[in-house]
Write a protein that binds this ligand. Structure first.
Ligand SMILES: Cc1ncc(COP(=O)(O)O)c(C=O)c1O
Length: 374
């Protein structure tokens, strides 16, 4: 960092400038192609410049770019309709990002209980959760390095081990937030969702699935079971353009009336057009099942003594028991882009279009990098 650095000092960037993406690969400014097993951190579900997404973006660019949510917009309505159909009649609020989708879920939970004359202060989250960087999402992200220096954090939030959640839910609990497969926290599936659901039902608390990273088929499950009251999406939802969504299920019901919540840019029509083409392709091509098959292949191919592989579908973590950073770097030097999950895991969240050859290429680079950095 220097005094003339134009950026605030928030990212330790890789020493790499990417200038182009095509399918499962990205090109750097020096003319070298890389296999992209990171996909912009679980964003580019259909890879880079997918022809259907590309066409949808261009078509919408030629129509209208922004109006405001005071008007009806066809791409928004079509995407909301498809989400509604896919997720059991859920109603949708569009945002620009994942954190905003979670903020919407927090507000919807508060309003839901307030409307019933039973306002509730408490939100429960899991240890190692990652829910975003806005102040409330940060309060729900119980990791010292992220929270340090930002006190006081808003809200009343308790972070618990998954097995301790059912007994902790009470009549004070507004909602429990869970990533069905934790992303940043190490690609770990949460195994007791049914017990958490039952405890929420017993105490009238809401269950929210943060599917921002693991959702829309990445984990190999399109609808994580059991049904939550709310789901939040982002990342893959916009096909590479900024978009998020908070879905409220019919079992909870719409807690809002006009004016209760809003966003200038949320649900931008170009983003929604890209998102619609993305979700249609995921559904029509049954990429969720593809992710189950490729996830199983990748999991088997990554196996090696001393390394624990966690996750589901195409959200996998290779836990090394030592810093993952040298391995991430060594893989990049071997032409494969990945990122870390926490300090000691290498995260694999590739496009849903990874086939057998790409899976094997990523795994080979992983083994070579682990050996080169041992
Ligand atoms: C599970 C989860 N929730 C929330 C977020 C925050 O999303 P955004 O960075 O779009 O605000 C992320 C981002 O990594 C995430 O993985």
């Amino acid at each position: 960092m220097s005094a003339s650095d134009p950026f605030l000092n928030t990212y330790a960037r890789f020493p790499l400038e990417l200038v182009r993406g095509e399918g499962n690969r990205v090109l750097d400014a020096q003319g070298r192609w890389y296999l992209d097993a990171c996909a912009g951190i679980a964003v580019m579900a259909l890879g880079h410049r997918h022809p259907k997404v590309h066409a949808a973006i261009l078509d919408q660019l030629d129509r209208i770019w922004h109006t405001s949510n005071l008007f009806h917009l066809a791409p928004q309505q079509r995407l909301a309709g498809l989400l509604n159909e896919t997720f059991g009649g859920a109603q949708v609020f569009f945002t620009n990002s994942g954190a905003e989708a979670n903020e919407c879920a927090v507000k919807a939970a508060r309003k839901h209980h307030w409307r019933k004359g039973d306002p509730r202060p408490e939100f429960l989250v899991l240890e190692h959760a990652f829910h975003g960087r806005t102040m409330m999402c940060l309060a729900m992200t119980p990791k010292a390095p992220y929270q340090e220096g930002y006190a006081p954090l808003p809200g009343e939030v308790r972070a618990l081990r998954p097995e301790d959640v059912p007994a902790a839910v009470s009549g004070r609990t507004a909602a429990v937030f869970v990533e069905p497969v934790q992303g940043e926290g190490g690609c770990r599936p949460v195994e007791n969702l049914h017990a958490i659901r039952e405890a929420c039902d017993r105490h009238g608390a809401l269950l929210v699935y943060d599917e921002i990273q693991c959702g829309l088929g990445r984990s190999g499950e399109l609808r994580h079971d059991p049904e939550p009251d709310m789901r939040t999406f982002s990342k893959a939802l916009g096909g590479g353009l900024p978009l998020g969504a908070c879905l409220v299920s019919p079992r909870m019901g719409d807690p809002f009336k006009p004016g209760d919540h809003g966003s200038t840019f949320g649900g931008n029509p170009v983003s929604c057009a890209a998102g619609l083409a993305t979700l249609q392709t995921i559904l029509e091509d049954d990429l969720t099942s593809h992710n189950v098959r490729m996830g199983a292949r990748l999991r088997a191919a990554l196996a090696r003594p001393g390394v624990e592989i966690t996750g589901k579908g195409l959200i996998l973590g290779a836990h090394l028991g030592r810093s993952a950073e040298p391995v991430v770097t060594a893989m990049r030097e071997r032409g494969v882009i990945v990122c870390g999950a926490g300090k000691e895991a290498v995260r694999f969240v590739p496009p849903f279009l990874f086939g057998e050859a790409e899976v094997d290429e990523a795994a080979a680079a992983f083994h070579a990098a682990v050996e080169a950095t041992a």
